[in-house]
Design a protein around this ligand. Structure first.
Ligand SMILES: [Zn+2]
Length: 244
């Protein structure tokens, strides 16, 4: 068996047998790992709370035939402890973990940019310098962009015309009056400006935004994310059904 080290963020855990857990980790070099943590549910576990969701942890694992096994775990930053005390930040963090899990499809496929975005997002949430909703929307937009789904925000997603009329999820972002599909949302210009600021990491503009534009932005970003997650998962299933 071979040993390897990596650092990662614990995304989720599930029970295995009487005392063990399967831990899903997004790791810096390896990508997503599902590994067994033996004895972790015993009160005497040497891992303690280090393999709980949100924890940024330094790991040693050995490669198993099906699942790898965690042999050492040292906490780098226990984000769960900080976030548990603040409900809006905790729910925003939980949404980040779930999104990171769903946007990284394969196991052990390196996803360094997704890892860095997740660690940066959790750190920003824990530092409490910006509203949780803004931090979450910035994370959603950037992780979508890294996954190849950045929304068009400067010009029509269909014809590149600079005059923007609406936001159409299926079209991939803002659209002009001619390309606007029926039922597309017509957000305020400031809302599109806020989305652009969040995508670019322009916190001065984002922090100065008004509450109604933040609400409109959150609604559009959540719908856009949901559509891409469902669409992505559906196309993955389609690929799996194809004969090899
Ligand atoms: Zn157009």
């Amino acid at each position: 068996m071979s040993l390897y080290r990596d650092e990662g963020v614990v995304l989720r855990t599930q029970k295995l047998g009487e005392a063990d857990r399967i831990v899903t980790i997004l790791a810096r070099r390896t990508g997503k790992i599902r590994a067994v943590a033996k004895g972790v549910r015993r009160t005497t576990s040497r891992f303690g709370a280090r393999l709980e969701p949100f924890t940024h942890v330094d790991l040693q694992l050995h490669t198993g035939r099906t699942l790898d096994v965690v042999t050492q775990a040292e906490t780098i930053r226990p984000y769960g402890e900080v976030l548990a005390a603040d409900y809006p930040r905790y729910t925003a963090g939980s949404a980040m973990l779930e999104t990171a899990d769903r946007l990284t499809h394969g196991e052990k496929e390196p996803a360094l940019r997704q890892f860095l975005l997740l660690v940066g997002g959790l750190r920003t949430l824990a530092e409490r310098g910006h509203e949780a909703r803004l931090v979450l929307d910035a994370y959603f937009l950037r992780s979508l962009a890294v996954a190849g789904y950045a929304p068009a925000l400067d010009a029509c997603a269909k014809c590149q015309a600079p005059a923007i009329r609406a936001f159409a999820i299926v079209a991939g972002g803002v659209v002009c009056g001619a390309c606007r599909p029926a039922g597309a949302a017509v957000p305020a210009g400031e809302t599109i400006g806020l989305m652009t600021a969040l995508l670019r990491g322009d916190w001065a503009t984002a922090d100065a935004s008004e509450s109604r534009h933040r609400s409109e932005c959150s609604g559009l970003v959540a719908a856009y994310l949901q559509w891409h997650l469902e669409h992505g998962i559906r196309s993955l299933r389609h690929v799996e059904r194809e004969p090899v």
